[in-house]
Design a protein around this ligand. Structure first.
Ligand SMILES: Cc1cc2nc3c(=O)[nH]c(=O)nc-3n(C[C@H](O)[C@H](O)[C@H](O)COP(=O)(O)OP(=O)(O)OC[C@H]3O[C@@H](n4cnc5c(N)ncnc54)[C@H](O)[C@@H]3O)c2cc1C
Length: 257
């Protein structure tokens, strides 16, 4: 059971950061969907709800997404989804149900870097940065590799390039975790392909332009996969080939979503 000794609704990021770094067990609260399932004692739970971090702002070059933005807001944001070929909507729409998606946040999802995360896989193929209160602006591709640190994600900045994007995943049943997920985008030299739920956290490949079959083969050979209760390593290897072909064909406009 989760136990919280003190709850603070922070009035500034500085206050939140000071509280966070006071005790290694203090925690920032996102939507609490994951935290509430844990069996632990939190000396001080820090709520960012008063800090206006639940908005998506659009400028000519970027979308600036507050860390407290819910998955449901991401799913239903028309201009963000139109720009990203709807991969954000596609990556979150099967996560449990609307009630959970109305709570779970982008900050909590990216901070956690869950192996099964569809959200992480989708954002990883975009040109985007994580803004940490103390650590500054870090490309998501680098943040994914970093150890967990005592810091606060304040925003995610998505750069509006003109590349095409696609996302696909396989679930055994509608709201279960993905057995495997893949996102892809084009870039000037070729393709970015990200594979998650391997079952480890998503990895990103940049592959120079080759024929679709060759790209699928390279990714299938290079990606590290494993068994877990949802799927075997061998089955995942077959899924990598099939999903990789599916997202590449979407990028090339050969299939409709
Ligand atoms: C039953 C269930 C099923 C799920 N299924 C899926 C799925 O199929 N696909 C998928 O992609 N995801 C899935 N998720 C995960 C979900 O999408 C969220 O990623 C998860 O709940 C964490 O988000 P949260 O806002 O609830 O974070 P919380 O639970 O509040 O926090 C999680 C961690 O992140 C830290 N944190 C939160 N916000 C910040 C911040 N701004 N800065 C620094 N640290 C922060 C917290 O301190 C905590 O350590 C599932 C979750 C649940 C509970």
């Amino acid at each position: 059971m989760l136990r919280i000794q003190q709850y603070v609704k922070a009035q500034s990021l500085e206050e939140a950061y000071t509280l966070l770094t006071k005790n290694r067990n203090n925690q920032i609260l996102g939507g609490m969907c994951w935290l509430k399932m844990e069996d632990r004692l939190i000396p001080c739970a820090i709520d960012l709800g008063d800090l206006g971090l639940d908005k998506i702002e659009e400028s000519e070059d970027v979308f600036t997404i507050g860390a407290m933005t819910t998955l449901r807001t991401l799913e239903t944001h028309a201009s963000l989804n139109a720009w990203c070929d709807h991969i954000i909507r596609d990556s979150v729409k099967d996560i449990v149900g609307v009630q959970l998606r109305n709570l779970a946040t982008l900050g909590g999802s990216l901070y956690s870097r869950f192996g099964f995360s569809d959200v992480l896989t989708a954002f990883l193929c975009l040109d985007c940065d994580v803004v940490l209160y103390h650590g500054g602006v870090i490309p998501l591709a680098k943040f994914v590799q970093m150890p967990y640190m005592r810091d606060i994600i304040t925003h995610v900045i998505v750069h509006k390039n003109k590349e095409r994007k696609a996302f696909a995943c396989v679930r055994k049943s509608a709201t279960d975790l993905s057995l495997l997920n893949i996102s892809a985008s084009t870039y000037e030299k070729g393709y970015v392909i990200c594979v998650g739920a391997r079952p480890y956290k998503a990895v990103r490949f940049e592959i120079e332009k080759l024929a679709v079959e060759e790209v699928c083969q390279v990714v299938s050979e290079q990606v590290e996969l494993d068994d877990n209760m949802r799927a075997s390593k061998e089955y995942r290897r077959k899924l990598v080939g099939a999903l990789c072909r599916r997202v590449l064909e979407q990028l090339e406009g050969k299939v409709c979503k």
